[in-house]
Write a protein that binds this ligand. Structure first.
Ligand code: IMP
Length: 201
């Protein structure tokens, strides 16, 4: 069994498309966006877990593009000192139109006296297949909330997510280096493996 030759990515987030397209290119899989198919889909993320929300997004697009295998990503930053927040609400933390420079500054302020700066990015990739079945993969990257933002690459909370063994924030990494270690890179590569090994079609 081989992975589908094309995947539809159920996202409206261009930064997630950038992350995934570097990986699909090297895997020889065509990544189609909603724009490529002329689709508009903004489902409400009412799930409460990364798995539930990833499936909501994948199923909503699968209903519009039933002949394709559809993948969706639900992800977020979980900070131990904030009891796991912003977590599944990462995209809407402080309002979805608030610039990340402001949100990141606020997180640094909230952690100003925290001794424990441990945090992780979590990513769940959901896939819905043309035969109606679905599955999810989950991966994390462990790190620390930096003392100050650093780096210009990436998106969102990348400038304040410090990876101790590299001595850099994710925003200081190249796209290739981010994908090699990131929550999204790991969860998506695992999904490609599941697709190759399984009878999903
Ligand atoms: P979602 O669209 O509900 O999955 O929201 C994901 C949100 O989590 C993004 O909008 C970012 O705020 C945050 N996030 C997830 N992955 C990353 C990443 O790789 N870098 C930086 N922020 C991320």
């Amino acid at each position: 069994m081989s992975a589908p030759s094309a995947l539809v990515f159920a996202t409206n987030n261009p930064s997630k498309i950038t992350d995934l397209s570097a990986m699909t290119q090297s895997a020889g899989v065509e990544l189609l966006t909603l724009a490529d198919l002329g689709l508009v889909c903004i489902p409400e993320e009412t799930g409460g877990t990364f798995e539930a929300n990833a499936l909501i997004k994948a199923r909503a697009v699968a209903a519009l593009a039933p002949n394709y295998t559809v993948v969706a990503d639900d992800s977020g930053l979980c900070i131990d000192a904030l009891d796991g927040a912003p977590g599944v609400d990462s995209a809407i933390f402080m309002g979805e139109d608030t610039p990340y420079s402001v949100r990141n500054a606020e997180i640094l302020r909230m952690l100003a006296s925290a001794e424990n700066r441990a945090a992780r990015f979590v990513c769940v990739i959901a896939a819905v297949f043309p035969d109606g079945r679905d599955c999810t993969t989950r991966a994390t990257i462990e790190g620390q909330i930096a003392l100050a933002p650093a780096g210009e690459n990436g998106f969102g909370y990348d400038p304040i997510f410090f990876v101790p063994h590299l001595g850099k924030t994710i925003a200081e990494l190249t796209q290739e280096d981010k994908n090699a270690i990131s929550h999204r890179g790991k969860a998506f590569r695992e999904m490609l493996k599941v697709m190759k090994a399984s009878e999903f079609k």
